[in-house]
Design a protein around this ligand. Structure first.
Ligand code: ADP
Length: 176
């Protein structure tokens, strides 16, 4: 049985009413395209202001800011790996993004968190594999955490929804 706190949603992460949304940021934390651009547009200029003070963030790590005009109180900026063929530690770095984001959410006493599919846009990480890493890392974290009540995987397209559904169905059952 998958953890009932995990759900999959198709749509725009900037509209979700959760305590914290995760941003797929780049290491400058100074904004970019894709979901990063959408989050900065929706949050307003104060978000960039706060990000400027953070001095960047290494790949595999995350930083937390306020959500400003977003419905979410917090934005957790996670820096996913650029896909370079798979032999440059990409999988471990992606897992680390999810884990560090959940740790920051928990420290901020957030009870609900929404993730985009980190690294699967401009950064080119294969969607199917990214979904498995996302679901497995979050399920493992939740198994030892009783404060977080809800983790939403916010998918922006039907392919991504399917990849996350399959990963959720197969949690804990490695393919033969
Ligand atoms: P990265 O650089 O980490 O690959 P992208 O923003 O290019 O980040 O893409 C990450 C994922 O976010 C992609 O699957 C993309 O389709 C998705 N995405 C883009 N805009 C939004 C949005 N407004 N809400 C949720 N997901 C989004």
């Amino acid at each position: 049985m998958p953890d009932p706190r995990i759900s999959i949603f198709e749509g725009d992460i900037t509209r979700i009413k959760v305590d914290a949304i995760v941003n797929a940021a780049n290491s400058s934390l100074l904004g970019g395209g894709g979901v990063d651009g959408a989050i900065h547009r929706a949050a307003g200029p104060q978000l960039l202001e706060e990000c400027r003070g953070l001095g960047g963030c290494p790949t595999g790590e995350a930083r937390i800011t306020h959500g400003y005009r977003l419905p979410a109180k917090w934005v957790i900026h996670a820096v996913g790996p650029v896909w370079r063929g798979g032999s440059h530690g990409e999988e471990a770095l992606l897992a680390s993004c999810y884990r560090r984001s959940l740790e920051l959410a928990d420290q901020a006493h957030a009870q609900s968190v929404a993730f985009p599919s980190i690294s699967t846009g401009i950064f080119g990480f294969p969607k199917e594999r990214a979904a498995v890493i996302a679901l497995e890392t979050c399920a493992a974290f939740l198994a030892n955490n009783h404060s977080l009540e809800k983790v939403v995987f916010c998918c922006f397209d039907p392919d991504s929804v399917e990849a996350h559904r399959r990963a959720l169905d197969h949690l804990g059952n490695p393919p033969p």
